[in-house]
Ligand binder design. Sequence first.
Ligand SMILES: Cc1cc2nc3c(=O)[nH]c(=O)nc-3n(C[C@H](O)[C@H](O)[C@H](O)COP(=O)(O)OP(=O)(O)OC[C@H]3O[C@@H](n4cnc5c(N)ncnc54)[C@H](O)[C@@H]3O)c2cc1C
Length: 548
Amino acid sequence: MSEIEREAMEYDVVIVGGGPAGLSAAIRLKQLDPELSVVLLEKGSEVGAHILSGAVLDTCGLDALIPDWKDKGAPITVPVKKDNFYILGEEGKVRIPNWPMPSLMDNHGKYIVSMGNVCRWMAEQAEELGVEIFPGMACSELVYGDNGEVKGVVAGVFGLEADGSYGPNTEPGMELHGKYVFLAEGVRGSLSKEVIAKYDLSKGKEPQKFGLGMKEIWEIDPAKHREGTVTHTMGWPLGSNAGGGSFIYHLDNNQVYVGFVVHLNYKNPHIYPYMEFQRFKHHPMVAELLAGGKRVAYGARAISEGGYQSMPKMVAPGVALLGCSVGMVNVPRIKGNHNAMLSGKAAAEAAYAAIKADRAGDELTDYETEVRDGAIGKDLKPVRNVKPMWSKWGLTPSLALGGLDMWTNSLFGFSFFGTLGHGKSDAEATGKAADYTPIEYPKPDGKLSFDRLTNVSFSFTNHEESQPAHLKLKDPSVPLKNLETYAGPSQRYCPAGVYEFVEKDGEKQFVINFQNCVHCKTCDIKDPAQNINWTVPQGGDGPNYPNM
Ligand SMILES: Cc1cc2nc3c(=O)[nH]c(=O)nc-3n(C[C@H](O)[C@H](O)[C@H](O)COP(=O)(O)OP(=O)(O)OC[C@H]3O[C@@H](n4cnc5c(N)ncnc54)[C@H](O)[C@@H]3O)c2cc1C
């Protein structure tokens, strides 16, 4: 690509990604010095279009960044009033009372929000401070300097030929150079993946772990709506097939977020996470709540679950990884937005100090120290064994032992278990189809449960069809081998129906319906051969989530 001529623009800091991490970094930089030049690039058609969080927000990150967020009209207005946790059986449920839970699990004092709307509001705050925000700009390449440092990104490439080459109608985009580049791409960022590999940032760390989160927004019967109620469940329908669980958050305006997470370290390749979610809504507790309501939006996104021991080194020359590009979700709390914000703030403070000292293009080690030893580390370290326990011992023992471990960690800073490892990556965890029994999923009824393609239309996703598929196969022969060995798991793990096997002239062919992609990144994570590389499509393409 080096022969392509592009315009270049120079900034102090270039930020990739308009989620809570990137926006917090942008805001903090301008708070520290209004003269700093800061640009933020977002691949969604607008800031918020690709944001899917639950979300129950712990405002500690925002409190540190914009203490007067209430006066500034932040869309954070629904405090949690009720916090329920159930273990489900097929018909019944058992409520786990709040009192045995460590206080870190308590959702009282937190807020039910649309993180998409919170990000839209944060973008307004950033723009008021003078940050240049360009939505619809996908960053597709990194630009390296003479000393091997990251010095910028390429953004805004449009109109590639169908084979991925540059043609007469290709707009080559532009290079945005910075003294520092912040990658705030969220989970499994495509540029972050390149940086982690190039600088070997995961060396000596546990593999990153992931879940697939799927979510619908429902408008329900006002008589059943309980604003401020948070419900989490575990157990049915996943049982011992996979880890995971659900969340049901009553927002305002009779809206409810109904979500389901399946841990991607499942072994049985017949598992169909999307159908597990659909089946879950037929549990009597959920069916009764949703009956008579309507689903108004659908989306999916991977969630990082590796926690403290999986965080890669987060700085390399000229570049810092922020938020879930590192993986900062506190798994038992199912919360990462607060840490994403705190990381953005910390990265900004480190870059500001470096720029004031006339530095550029080096490692922001103070940022890494602050993340590991400051508020983020203190949030993540005490819960570091919860996910490995769940993976090793299953739901019931891990609830008891994980609870005990969180108590001893929170109270005494001590664990009987030390730091447990995660073992295999999620891709490696996938077992062979012949070793597992296929699972029969009930057909969606079109009222509570929906077929996948109908639901995808409620993500409002759109990709210009003339562009090359942004989901790239390293070896095109692998999917058919996967079909034989793993019963073609991409047909099931993709929550948007991107992958299918069709019969043509008596032969199976692998088809990539990239137009359906909701940018969840599950294929990049779970493909057993790691053969699918998720890259960015043209800017502005992808889901158009409303108030997710
Ligand atoms: C189903 C689900 C439920 C969750 N529930 C909660 C919850 O209740 N509470 C909570 O605190 N956390 C929750 N989380 C976790 C939370 O979503 C993450 O911790 C948080 O989103 C991380 O913020 P981020 O800014 O790092 O990344 P993101 O929020 O993912 O933002 C990244 C942004 O970067 C953009 N981007 C990515 N790559 C590029 C590129 N190359 N070029 C341009 N733009 C790019 C994306 O479009 C996106 O807008 C949940 C996550 C999921 C999936």
